[in-house]
Write a protein that binds this ligand. Structure first.
Ligand code: SF4
Length: 319
């Protein structure tokens, strides 16, 4: 018997795996990469953790499908920001289910705990997730299983329901006890989280998607820089040296790059279809974030003579 585990690297998903491994069931991990994770080192952390758990981990890139089908059109709406958590969970479950046959696994496990998160982990929300994604009742949530309707793996005797858990609510006490029992350490990924729940990222994403098409190419550039909307055109200027490579390596069709002509400064992007006047203004914005009062800014091989303007004058256009 084999299960596929939706693996986020958090303690709950680790404990769900441990609970099932305790029943001598083989577990293989699935991480659905949607692109909106804040932690740049997440994948390294997941691979390390998978090694400790003695499971194989599959990283499945679902950015394109998620953007096209879920992000802007969720059946169950959004949480506080741009996070369509119910639809997102259902999408992850569906994505994992598509792999069952290939991985010769029989069911899915997930570390969700009833009542732990306001939007997606209420009991009714889990029912909505199931309605969207699990007609066959193949998703087992080992940490809360005893408080939830019986699932196919339990009915068929693939897992022993008696050995599953009945954890609910936001209190992490039981999970901490189990972490001690299993001798788990370093189990939370550092500085991570989903950016769709972040108010500032959500503002940028909303502003961006008013007029522009989002593809996986633009996800990373939404995470960095100052974002400026000038007369409906988007300009992005890096804030620090570490952000320069992200903007420099942009490969999509929507923006073109801006560079200072032969002097040190930030890297920028501007919408390709911006009119000349907007390009000139973008160059003025850009020089304003250098040490120089004037100089050339290159946009698509053309140099724009630009002059520093006061930061207060840029402020109203910053998202
Ligand atoms: S927090 Fe982000 S990744 Fe998690 S379910 Fe919600 S939208 Fe999806």
């Amino acid at each position: 018997m084999k299960a596929l585990a939706l693996f986020s690297g958090g303690l709950d998903s680790i404990l769900a795996i441990k609970t099932i491994q305790d029943q001598n069931i083989e577990v293989e991990g699935i991480y659905i990469d949607l692109g909106f994770e804040a932690n740049k080192k997440k994948i390294d952390y997941l691979l390390q953790m998978a090694k400790k758990l003695n499971i194989k981990l599959n990283i499945v890139d679902k950015k394109d499908e998620y953007i096209k089908n879920i992000l802007f059109n969720p059946v169950y709406g959004y949480g506080k920001n741009m996070n369509p958590c119910i639809d997102c969970h259902a999408f992850m479950i569906k994505s994992a289910k598509e792999l069952l046959e290939e991985k010769t696994a029989s069911f899915i496990i997930s570390g969700e705990v009833i009542g732990q998160r306001p939007m997606s982990q209420r009991k009714e929300a889990m029912q909505c997730v199931n309605k969207l994604s699990d007609k066959e009742n193949l998703v087992l949530r080992p940490l809360s299983a005893k408080l939830l309707p019986i699932t196919t793996p339990e009915i068929k005797g693939w897992v022993d329901r008696e050995k599953l858990l009945n954890i609910s609510g936001r209190d992490r006490k039981r999970q901490m006890e189990l972490a001690i029992k299993y001798d788990l350490e370093d189990y939370e990924s550092p500085g991570g989280g989903c950016l769709l729940t972040d108010i500032n990222f959500a503002k940028r994403l909303k502003d961006y998607s008013k007029n522009l098409k989002l593809t996986p190419n633009e996800i990373d550039i939404l995470k960095v820089g100052r974002h400026i909307n000038y007369k409906g055109f988007k300009i992005i200027i890096s804030r620090k040296a570490e952000e320069n490579p992200v903007l420099k390596s942009y490969q999509g069709d929507i923006f073109e790059k801006m560079f200072p002509a032969g002097f040190p400064g930030p890297v920028g992007l501007i919408q390709k279809n911006a009119p000349e006047k907007v390009k000139q203004k973008a160059a003025d914005f850009m020089i304003s974030y250098t040490k120089f009062d004037e100089g050339g800014i290159i946009i698509n091989d053309e140099s724009y003579n630009s002059k520093k303007i006061k930061k207060e004058e840029i402020k109203p256009f910053i998202i």
